[in-house]
Structures are given as C-alpha cells and as structure tokens.
Design a protein around this ligand. Sequence first.
Ligand SMILES: Cc1ncc(COP(=O)(O)O)c(C=O)c1O
Length: 437
Amino acid sequence: MTALTSLADVRAADFDAREEFARHLDSIDELRDLRREFEIPKHTNGNDVLYFCGNSLGLMPTRARTIVNRELDDWSRLGVEGHFHAASPWFPYHEQFRDSGARLVGGKPGEVVMMNSLTVNLHLLMVSFFRPEGRRTKILIEDGAFPSDTYAVKTHLASRGLDWREHLILATPRAGERCFRTADLEALIRTAGDTLALTMLSGVQFFTGQFFDIARLTKAAHDVGAFAGWDLAHAAGNVELRLHDWNVDFAAWCSYKYVNAGPGAIAGAFVHERHGANSALPRYAGWWGNDPATRFQMQLIPDFVPRVGADGWQLSNPPILAMAPLRASLDLFDKATMPRLRAKSRVLTGYLWHLLRTFAPDARSWEVITPSDTEERGSQLSILVHDQPRERFRALGEAGVVCDFREPNVIRVAPTASYNTFMDVWRFAKILAGGGA
Ligand SMILES: Cc1ncc(COP(=O)(O)O)c(C=O)c1O
C-alpha cells in the first residue's frame, strides 16, 4: 500500500477496502489542502457532513464572502464611480473571467463569457445556431434530458412556428440499456442527415452521469451539415473539456454545481472563434454585447456593433454581486487545474464503486447505472436502489450524508475532487451498506 506515492499511480487493481487504505489515499492526495478553502456544512452532531451534492450545488469557497463584501463596500463608498474606480471595476467586470472561464472548458480567451443563467443562454444561443431552412428543421436531444432543456427546445421550436412533434428528434438508449452508445447516436445523426439543423446533447447526463463523446458527436453533426451545441451543466468543472479543439459550435453551463460559484450563480457560454467574428449571425442583442469602444455613445450610434467573440452575445450589464463569487471559485480552479482535479476524481469515484461492491455485494439490492468505463463518466455515480430506496436515502441523511434522490429510485452521489476525501467515500459506502461508519 505504501508503495503508492501518487494518485496518478493508483489503478483499480490496487483498491483495498480497509480504512487505512482510504487514509493512505488521502495522505498522497496532492489536492488535499484544497478542502480548507471551502465551507463544509455541519451535521446536527457537530461533525462535517459527508457532502456529495457537488453535482447539484457546490460548496462555498471561503473567499467568496470577502469578495462579495468588498463589492458591497465599494458600492457604499463609491456609488456610480464604482463602475470605473472599484477595486475590481464593474464596467469590465466580466472580462476578468475571459482567461479563467476559457481554461475551465478548454476554450480560447474570447470564446467564453460568463453571463445570465443556463437556460437563458441556451435560448440565446439557439437564436443564433438553430437556423431552420428548407428540409433542415430538426433538433436532436437525448430522451430524458434535464426538463429545462426539453422545455427550452420545444418552446424554441414553437417560437419559430415548428411543432416539436415533427421537428424534435429524441435519442433513446437501446432497449434494456440506460446509457447511450456513441455509435448509435452517430447513426441516428447520419439518418437524420440533411433534415438535422442542430444537436443539443448533455456533456454529462444529469441522471446517469454518462459523459458523452463530445468530439465524435460534434463531428457527426458537422458531417451532416448541422450545428452542435452542448449543455455542460454537469460537465463544467467536473471533466476535462477541449471545446475549441473539439470544434464545438456553442455550449452553455451553470456555475453552481462543480464550479462552486453559489446558488443561481452566473452561467457560462462558449461560442467557437469561427463564429465569434460573424456579425451576420442573427442574435438577440443588448448594449453589453456591443463593442465597448462605442457602448456609451448611446443614442448617437443606434446600430448594434457586436463585440467579436462570445462577449458579443451579452445583453445586460453584469450583476456584480451575483458574479463576485465566481472570482473565488475560478481562482481555485486555476490553482488546482482541471487535469489534477480530474486525475483525483477518477480515483475517488472508482474507489467509491469498489467500496460499494465490497461492502454491499448483494447485486439484487442495488446497481450503478453510470458507465463503468472511467472515461465515460465524471464524478457522479447514480445508484439505482431496488430494495427500499427511500428508506435507504433517509438513513443516509440521518447519518449526516448529503446526496440526492431522483424519482423513482436513484440515489445520485458526486464525490467532488475539490473538497471530498477518500475517507468521505469510505464512510459513505459503509453507511449505505448499513454498517455505520
Ligand atoms: C442539465 C441541466 N440543464 C439545465 C438546467 C437548468 O439550469 P438553470 O436553472 O440555471 O437555467 C440544469 C439545472 O440543474 C441542468 O442540470
């Protein structure tokens, strides 16, 4: 066991269910100190909860409070002058995320802007990238997508006078399977051919935790002449993304899950640079998407001159108080880096699965519906519980575990590399198996 000196060397064959092994993994985790940068909620017994809900709402970076308070102080001290004289001036506030936001998702600076909320951004980007014309009128999403995406796509179709029953393609997994096969999705896209205008799949599926092959599926869409957009709500800050290299047309994600920027945090949007300079792309415009050089010419220049890059899709001036926590959270991503977080997450999540099999080997009572291949999942395991799912979920809560339940019988657990420990997953597995911890 002690021969293992780096998480990078840990293979599934090394896994050992003894508590001392979990402690050893924590001792060789080079990101272990990152946990101290977060506020960990307490259980009623006074101990830290076992927090596995980073796929829903990530924990608060401790510095977020200081940063938000600083903006409040600047507002009280400076009033409107804060736009240019705050410690972090508000006029260009969003620009400070140009590089860190791009690094998070593998974009180039200028391809990413932080703005609005996720569903809003999906609509705004569909305005530009859903261009129905002639036979090419269809949008493809996965069946069982997050409801907001389904609502967005159906109503977006309706706003263009298209009935979703005719123009929405719902991809389904094979009978008896829960996850999608990439080759099947590619075949579906090929079959849709020149009727397909847009694919808008999840990067990581919220229910099963499946990480889609974004590069292959983007190429498949392009091969038939469609655009490829991605909902990265469960992917951003969770898995390594290379949106620029993968040629993704657009993507949108929220920042309150793995990005840890707070409830309802300001979301992100990516527009590939090959589209960013195309001012002919239709869009809903607002003054903040206008070239900043002429933004304050106001009524003198009534024509919209979009700023090149993703910034050109902004509508309104940034909500500073809501945006401030992003500074704390993205600084931590820059400190930890996505490759190191992902390397830890692979071992953390794989170890959890190993422990479940060891502590609760009865295959009749539960099954993990997340892909078993590490490369096809992120931090989440979705555990389908056959035997008393609600009771087991309740028992987890009583024992100080925070995770979530998706009807009718799935417990989602997200060991998050930023703040979860190997002892957290060890304790979780013990509690779920009914052995206490
Ligand atoms: C996959 C997915 N899409 C869309 C949303 C909706 O996000 P918002 O409320 O920020 O628009 C969520 C929220 O959890 C989500 O998980």
